[in-house]
Ligand binder design. Structure first.
Ligand code: E4P
Length: 217
């Protein structure tokens, strides 16, 4: 499973990139706003740092405007994936932009039917939002499994990009189901390394090493 990092914080991306954990980046208007930076400038900096796809989202809601914004975003760098919302205008924009050879990430997906339409529109990525479904007592992981089954039934090449990930367990759960990609905030990706038994075991090993006077260099 590929790891995308869900942030527009360039320092956080750099730190994870240096660890080899960044296969791509996703941003959205809320994350760009949180960065306090100009969308074109910060997105360019991210694209220069990361080899994989960098999702940048349109803010228009009408087809023509989405196309204009999508084309402008795609000019930033060859690794831009234009992010469009899962509306009929967004799906139409997806079809046009993928027809021009651009990567498109269809976002705000909350149902298997929506994911089916995105695949038919030729989306490069579909972004089902797990956490936001869980927030309203629906099952986000069940949606990932349903989309996996549907895409496999028909050989759709659209990649399932599990989004709105809230905790480290979501990452392994998505990997078990077979999501192609999971995008998570930097803190969640780092939290995947944590285990209480690792901490406890390391403390015991270090105490024994000190007692025995073990020195390596
Ligand atoms: C995905 O592309 C979105 O940016 C993101 O995962 C949304 O997550 P949230 O529900 O935590 O805002």
């Amino acid at each position: 499973m590929k790891f995308f990092v869900d942030t527009a914080d360039v320092d956080a991306i750099r730190e994870l990139n240096d660890l080899g954990f960044v296969d791509g980046v996703t941003t959205n208007p809320s994350l760009i706003a949180k960065s306090g930076r100009d969308i074109l400038e910060v997105t360019k900096e991210i694209c220069d740092m990361v080899e994989g796809p960098v999702s940048a989202e349109v803010v228009a809601t009408e087809y023509e405007d989405m196309i204009a914004e999508g084309r402008k975003l795609a000019e930033i760098a060859p690794n831009i994936a234009v992010k469009v919302p899962l509306t009929l205008d967004g799906l139409r924009a997806c079809k046009t932009l993928t027809g021009e050879g651009k990567m498109v990430n269809v976002t705000l997906c909350f149902s298997a039917n929506q994911a089916l339409l995105a695949a038919k529109a030729g989306a490069t990525f579909i972004s089902p939002f797990i956490g936001r479904l869980d927030d309203i007592n629906l099952d986000g992981l069940e949606l990932i499994a349903d989309i996996r089954q549907i895409y496999d039934n028909y050989g759709y090449e659209t990649q399932i990009l599990a989004a709105s990930i809230r905790g480290a367990n979501h990452m392994s759960d998505c990997a078990k189901i077979g999501a192609d990609v999971a995008t998570a905030p930097p803190a969640v990706i780092k939290a995947m390394a944590n285990h209480v038994l690792t901490d406890k075991g390391l403390a015991a090993f270090l105490a024994d090493a000190e007692k025995a006077g073990i020195k390596i260099v």
